[in-house]
Structures are given as C-alpha cells and as structure tokens.
Design a protein around this ligand. Structure first.
Ligand code: SF4
Ligand code: SF4
Length: 468
C-alpha cells in the first residue's frame, strides 16, 4: 500500500501505485482539459503531485506542451533568477565491491585500473581545480569498506577544505558516496559537507535488483531509505537523482516525485537538488543494452520536474552535450558541472582509462563561463547558503517565499567577479565585466546594490570571499 510517510521503501515508493499512475497518464495523454486544469493549478508556483505531473509529462498536445515549457522557464526565473551555479566532480577512489551493470567501476571489471588517491594526490587535484576557478566540488567514490572506508573520506574532506592555493579555495564539498549508516551520516555532517547526494538509479525494485546483482548496493530498501538515515544523521540537504535509461522513464519520473514528497512530508524538507543524468557509454558498458531516453522526452522531463518541485535545485552534468545543456538551462536547470574529469586523478593526469563514463561537453571552465554569459546567464561560484547556515528548512522557507533569488543574484555577481579577476581569459573578462555592470542595476534593493558596488571595489583591490 502507498504510504507517503512510511519508513519502508516499498511503501513510500509503491510499485502498484506507480503502475496505476502510468496507466492513468497513458489513458489521459490526449485529455487537454485535464492538462489545462493542472497547468492552471501549477501557475501558483507551489508544485504538483506525482499524478498531476505524470499527466503533463504524457500530454501529447503541442499547445499545452509549449505552455509547459513556458511555465518551467518562469518557475526557474522566479525562484532562482538567471544565475547558474558551477561545480566539478572530484573522484578520489574507484575501488568498488558492487556489481552495477551500467558502471565500469563494477567489481568484476578487470580492465579497470583501480586507484585511490593519497592525501597528497588529493591536494594536487584540488590545486588543479582551484587553478581553474572552481569553488564547489562533488566528492565521488566507489563503495569499498576496506579500500575506501569512511575515515578516508572524512580525512579527504578535511584535506580539501584546508588547501588554499593562491586565491583559490574549495568552499563547499557535496558528497556522493554509497548509502551508509546514521552514524556515518553524522560524521559527514560534522565534517561540514554541503549536500549529500545519492542517486537511486531506478525506483523499480525488480529491475534495481537485476541491475545491482551483488554487493551491498543490491539491497534496494537499504539504498532507498538512505536519505531518511541521512536526515536522521543531521544532513538536511540531500540530493536525489535517477539514471534515466536504466528503466522506463515514466516509472522513475513518478518514483522520483514520490521520494521528494516522502522527504517533504516526513522531515518537512524536500530534496535540496535533483540530478537528471542519462546513461552514457563507458569502458565495458554498451548503451544499446539500455532504454535510452530521447532528447525531446528528456527536455519534457526536466520541464515538468521544474514545475512539480519548484523548491529544488536541478543539476545537469557534462554527460550532456552543449546543445542539450543549452536547451535544458531554459527549462529549469540551475546548476551545471564544468570542465569535469570523471576519472580518479584526472585533473592532474589525463588518464581516460579510469573514467566512470564518457563526457559530451569537454569545454574548459573559461569557455563554459563565457558561453553562459553570452546566453544571458550569470555563472555563479556561490557557496553562501551552507556557510551562512541556510540549510534544510531555513533554506526552504526562504526559497518558498521567493526570497532566495535576492541572495543568489548578488552572490553570483560577487563570485563571478572573483573568477574574472583570478582565472578568466581577457575575452571572458571583458564580457563578464559588462554583465556585472548591467546586472548590478537590476538588484532591486538599494542597500544591497550599494554593498555589491563596494564589494566590487574591494575585489578590484585584492580582497576576496564576500557573501550575502
Ligand atoms: Fe560502484 Fe557506484 Fe559504480 Fe555502482 S555506480 S559500480 S556503486 S562506483
Ligand atoms: Fe545557492 Fe544560496 Fe548561493 Fe543562491 S545564495 S547560489 S541558493 S548557495
């Protein structure tokens, strides 16, 4: 039985309820009146439940679909403004005891060279990332209690935060490690992590078990209930995601929204972020074995998620091409990775044989910053909320009141200015300085506008790290 606030995965992500919702959405795919009524409801900017969202996803009416895309753009603008937050993944160990059939790090892949970075190798990777201009990382590891225990992860977090190379600093580390215990989540929380990210991969239990044939990750319930444990461990910013292509996208779309609703109901805080990766080719992995999601459907998934969960940041990685990224930025994506390596040690050594998956967007950070500026966005290196203790319900309350954009915009301008001063090419700097001059005029609050002007002068004079 579907029970939104249950502690048991099979109840808060209920298979029968998902199947009947899929049936309902398919039967109503041409029900224009129903879709119109749902869109009307969504105009309140308070989100939609999974049933209503499913109707919009399936709707085959061109006019309604255009309205969905327009509304998604407006939702994004209202809550996040035009800043795009930048980050990079940092892989520190690819030892893994699991058998995920879609990932080249799976235990039985003997072609994969295994590597765990020493603290001094981590330092070199972080310096390389700082020298590009990155301030925010997603720390990634495989699951291996012997080769990559929690103490190693904690030590690595400490190392990363401690490195200050020239004007560089990593100010926020989000962590993507395997499902673990409440005790370990407490340790991660105490280490000062930003968001804890764990992709569900797929919410279909039967498929999940087939796709994860051995190792601790085989346990669907333990994996699916991980975010509840993270919350109980004190981490109130958690990031959800599925790997689109592993299973039917309709199923995982509904599962994702059920999971978000469960967290909101049970803990009063929905997911901080939702990532939308699609499966990519990699060493020992052939995408022909999967249900790859075509671009048009992928774009619709992004747009409807944006409308259904307006209070959640949405992330897209360099798995996607520049063209796809450009489209989905308009439809709701608010964070992107840039100049990524998905390889252990990949920022200091170009060693593709250790990569987790192939990249589509291989541009440098400078190129991506310039591209975003030219598209009318403000590339942001902001990490302010977690450092100002705006996490969990404190963050959500500001977001729901439509106030977070008042912090995002000035913080984006200040951190962009830091980037332009320390790392940008002359061409990017020229465009960026103009955007900053223009955007300062758009800051509605006069006091904030004046403060930003003052910070700009201080940044010109060599001071760093201001925030609202
Ligand atoms: Fe290991 Fe994660 Fe890859 Fe699975 S997806 S094999 S858990 S690294
Ligand atoms: Fe993110 Fe907060 Fe910075 Fe906005 S102000 S970009 S929500 S950290």
């Amino acid at each position: 039985m579907y029970k939104i606030d249950s502690e048991i995965a099979d109840e808060f992500i209920n298979h029968d309820e998902i199947m009947s919702t899929i049936d309902y959405m398919k039967k109503n795919k041409s029900n224009k009146l129903l879709a119109q009524n749902i869109l009307h409801k969504a105009e309140n900017f308070t989100g939609l439940n999974y049933k209503d969202a499913a109707i919009l996803l399936e709707c085959d009416d061109a006019e309604i679909n255009q309205q969905i895309f327009d509304l998604a753009g407006r939702v994004k603008k209202k809550f996040y403004g035009n800043r795009i937050v930048m980050f990079a993944p940092l892989y520190i160990s690819n030892y893994c005891v699991n058998g995920c059939v879609y990932c080249p790090y799976h235990y039985k892949n003997k072609n994969m060279p295994r590597k765990k970075l020493s603290q001094s190798e981590i330092k070199n990777e972080v310096i390389a990332l700082q020298d590009m201009g990155h301030k925010r990382l997603a720390l990634e590891t495989g699951e291996d209690p012997t080769n990559c225990p929690i103490d190693y992860v904690l030590e690595s977090i400490k190392t990363i935060y401690s490195i200050k190379h020239k004007n560089g600093a990593i100010r926020r580390i989000n962590v993507n490690i395997a499902a673990t215990t409440i005790e370990n989540y407490k340790k991660l929380h105490d280490a000062g992590i930003g968001t804890y990210i764990l992709f569900q991969e797929t919410y279909n239990k039967k498929n999940y078990e087939l796709l994860h044939p051995y190792g601790p990750k085989h346990n669907y319930n333990y994996h699916t209930e991980a975010m509840d444990r993270a919350m109980l461990g004190g981490i109130d910013d958690v990031g959800l995601g599925v790997l689109f292509g592993l299973n039917s996208y309709r199923y995982d779309f509904i599962g994702l929204l059920m999971h978000a609703a469960h967290l909101e109901k049970k803990f009063g805080v929905g997911p901080h972020t939702i990532s939308v990766p699609r499966i990519r080719p990699a060493n020992d992995i052939d995408t022909n074995d999967f249900n790859c999601v075509p671009d048009e459907i992928f774009e619709k998934i992004v747009a409807v998620l944006r409308i259904a969960v307006p209070y959640t940041g949405m992330i897209i990685s360099t798995r996607e091409s520049a063209a796809v990224r450009e489209k989905v930025l308009r439809l709701g994506i608010s964070q992107i990775s840039a100049a990524s390596s998905t390889s252990v040690g990949g920022y200091t050594e170009k060693n593709n044989e250790r990569a987790q998956f192939d990249l589509n967007d291989t541009r440098t950070l400078d190129e991506i910053v310039r591209w975003l500026l030219q598209l009318g966005y403000i590339p942001s290196f902001c990490t302010a909320c977690y450092r100002e203790n705006r996490t969990g319900d404190r963050f959500m309350n500001l977001l729901k009141a439509g106030q977070i954009a008042n912090c995002c915009q000035p913080n984006a301008l200040i951190t962009l200015k830091e980037y332009l001063e320390d790392y940008a090419s002359p061409q990017t700097k020229l465009i960026g300085e103009k955007v900053i001059r223009d955007e300062i005029q758009n800051i509605p609050n006069e006091k904030v506008r004046q403060l930003v002007q003052n910070y700009m002068t201080d940044l010109n004079n060599g001071a760093r790290d201001f925030r609202f």
